[in-house]
Design a protein around this ligand. Sequence first.
Ligand SMILES: [Zn+2]
Length: 285
Amino acid sequence: MSRVEEQIRAEIVEAGRRMYSRGYVASNDGNISCRLDGERLLTTPRSVSKGFMTPDMMVVVDYDGTKVAGDRDASSELPMHLEIYRNRPDVNAVVHAHPPLATGFAVAGIPLTRAVLAEVITTLGSIPIAEYGTPSTAELPDAVRKYIKAHDGLLLANHGAVTCGTSVLAAYYKMETIEHFAKISLVARLLGGENLISRGEVERLQGLRGSYGIAAPAPLCADPTAADLVDQVLCQVLEAPESSGERLVPDAAAALRQASRDGEIRLTYAELTALITDAVKHLKD
Ligand SMILES: [Zn+2]
């Protein structure tokens, strides 16, 4: 076995251990893969906790998913990884997990597409939701295909998240960033809503990517609504309001909720039902 292969096996074991210890997966969930060369890739075995893998457990497969070497079998989610490699020649590794906060957003149908953290804007940009597909069927790779050319991290509707990068740890770190971002977004929303980073500031941050040595996955969409209509999205939709001067802008919906709080009317279900019944009765009369 080459030194490079030994190194990749060790990195996959380490990423799995971190994923499990941080609660990004339960039981035997999740999977990791990495390109070995032009013909083969290494991937994690099925039916094994990703927190307790050893380097010898890895499965060697070709880019059609056929096993080339290894005592164990690859995950049934391997086709999703293969789809990512096919669409992203720049990517060497893929990580899939079910981190609970990010998966909560994926279950609620809320994408992580708001410009709120400079770190996330420079590394990942926006994190959309790939539509629901039955796990281990062709539906999941199909859903991922739409977004993967323009995004390094995706939420998977009612399932989890997937990230890709130039190395196993680079892909893993993006998973950490997504979960951290989901946690901060949840807290900010519980506290009344986010202040959004303005469009101008987003462009400034993205301009700095080069100096951080970060490859930008894709530019922002000029027409955000057009992204819904295409088979494959090649730009990113990021909620960042236009603003003259201000770099932080209160979220419009949150500001509205705040403003209407004084005039709020609270009714119990019974009171509301009584009101409606009464109104309908008057209509009939
Ligand atoms: Zn999964």
